[in-house]
Write a protein that binds this ligand. Structure first.
Ligand SMILES: *Cc1c(COP(=O)(O)O)cnc(C)c1O
Length: 465
């Protein structure tokens, strides 16, 4: 009998979960204005809102917390992190920031400019993450999505659905002059299109096009290790390469990176920007000092930089990645076997339930994926997140709703946090809901929304009381 793959760690500390009732949850979600972000964590049984900052740190990381050097300038924790970044990604220069979006703010201030400097400018890439798009649009620029068409059909099996369509990208480069394209942003894995990876071949080709048209290539790297795992498993020629070797090659094609350390850094808070070129680093340093903090701590405590320097290395261990990605696939398979349509192939950090197929009778104007999120919370106290019309937000110029091709409920799995018994519970709750799904014909309407990134604070009410 082939031995199953056990988690390559054991549990030393546990946190209790409050087992709420459906009646309690119905009241709480009403009080939360049907926005899952407004729930208190005690009101949630299994929290799959995000894998961001929610992972469990290792004993080695906690040990680094105690070794943290809190010096304002030149802390040893900074130099530990600098060495890790150099070893893993090959970048000589880096700036710590308090999280990924802060890295975007500093980088785009440097490459696009501040205020309205982005008007008329374009940032091509593959399904930019919401904060990335937010920072681009906040400056008046536009994010152009050049992801391959296969990404927009949840049922197409493609090993690298995060890939950039090279023709779409080259068309942008050919149509607009270089001055209008300050940077190309490649996201690995591609969060917004389902945690789907980008192949090494595609990264190389994108890099080739960027060089040809003299546009710098930056990699939005939140899940770089998971992407490297998929390259090893799925891309011919990489089976015998180690994860660190794959990561080094991948970053050799880029000019720099932004990082949300809350994902594959396996820490609770943190981010950074990596640069190949000293001049861009120096220019960005000014913004970093203004927005984040002095260059050797940015937005981070010394102890957090120490924990991150260990977390980045742990995230590139094959056994850890295998166990993590297998857990995500374990949940995916349970749902698929029960006839629930989820994004295929399964993503690296999350399962994305196809909400249009789950609730075929809810009209698109009534926020289908959000409706599924609310129903799943009521059913089992499980908190997912909408990746649909609320997230896609209105067009910044016309203010019209931008209905995306997919309405997805993302169930993000925190790193090293839940067991497969928790996954069984999640699957059972969705299967119960699926049995009643045809009866649900109405969703929600907006009663209050913010002008940008509305999904975090939106307030809703049921269309049918
Ligand atoms: C989370 C994330 C960000 C933003 O990072 P924060 O740490 O949440 O600010 C940017 N890009 C991607 C792909 C992400 O997943």
């Amino acid at each position: 009998m082939q031995l199953p793959i056990p988690e390559p760690y054991r549990i030393k500390m546990v946190e209790p979960i409050y087992p709420s009732t459906r009646k309690e949850r119905e009241q709480w979600i009403r009080e939360a204005k049907y926005n899952l972000f407004n729930l208190r964590s005690e009101q949630v049984i299994i929290d799959l809102l995000t894998d961001s900052g929610t992972g469990a740190m290792s004993s080695a990381q906690w040990a680094e917390i105690m070794l943290g050097d809190e010096s304002y300038a030149g802390a040893s924790s900074y130099y530990k992190l600098k060495q890790t970044i150099k070893d893993i990604f090959g970048f000589d220069y880096f700036l710590p920031t308090h999280q990924g979006r802060a890295a975007e703010n500093v980088l785009f201030s440097t490459l696009i400019g501040v205020g309205n400097a982005g008007v008329g400018k374009l940032v091509p890439g593959n399904s930019h993450f919401d904060t990335t798009k937010g920072h681009i649009e906040f400056r008046g620029a536009h994010a152009i999505d050049c992801t391959i068409n296969e990404a927009f059909d949840t049922q197409v099996e493609h090993p690298f659905k995060g890939n950039v369509d090279l023709e779409k990208l080259e068309k942008v480069f050919k149509t607009y002059p270089r001055e209008q394209i300050p940077v190309c942003m490649l996201t690995i894995t591609c969060n917004s299109s389902g945690g789907q990876p980008v192949s090494m071949e595609n990264v190389k080709a994108v890099s080739g096009l960027c060089k040809k048209y003299k546009v710098p290539l930056y990699i939005d790297s939140a899940r770089f290790a998971e992407n490297a795992y998929f390259i090893k498993i799925r891309e011919p020629g990489y089976q015998n390469k180690t994860i660190p070797e794959i990561v080094r090659e991948l970053y050799s094609y880029a000019d720099g990176m932004t990082m949300s350390s809350k994902k594959d850094g396996i820490v609770n808070i943190g981010g950074f920007i990596g640069f190949r070129d000293e001049e861009t680093f120096k220019k960005a340093s000014t913004f970093n000092i203004m927005f984040e903090g002095f260059n050797t701590y940015g937005g981070m405590a010394g102890r957090d930089m120490g924990a991150l320097s260990v977390g980045l290395r742990e995230a590139t261990q094959f056994e850890y990645l295998e166990s993590r990605i297998n857990q995500v696939a374990y949940l995916g398979k349970k749902l698929t076997d029960a006839g629930i349509v989820v994004q295929r192939p399964y993503g690296g950090h999350a399962i994305f339930v196809d909400a249009k197929r789950f609730f075929p009778n809810v009209p698109k104007e009534e926020f289908i994926a959000q409706t599924l999120g609310i129903e799943l919370y009521k059913e089992g106290g499980i908190r997912g997140v909408e990746i649909g019309t609320l997230l896609a937000d209105r067009d910044p110029e016309t203010r019209q709703e931008r209905y995306p091709a997919l309405e997805l409920l993302r169930l993000a799995i925190p790193r090293r946090t839940y067991t497969n018994a928790h996954m069984d519970y999640v699957a059972a709750a969705l299967i119960n809901l699926k049995e009643r799904s045809a009866e649900i014909k109405h969703g929600y309407r907006i009663i209050r929304e913010a002008p940008i990134m509305r999904h975090f604070t939106v307030e809703l009410e049921p269309v049918q009381q």
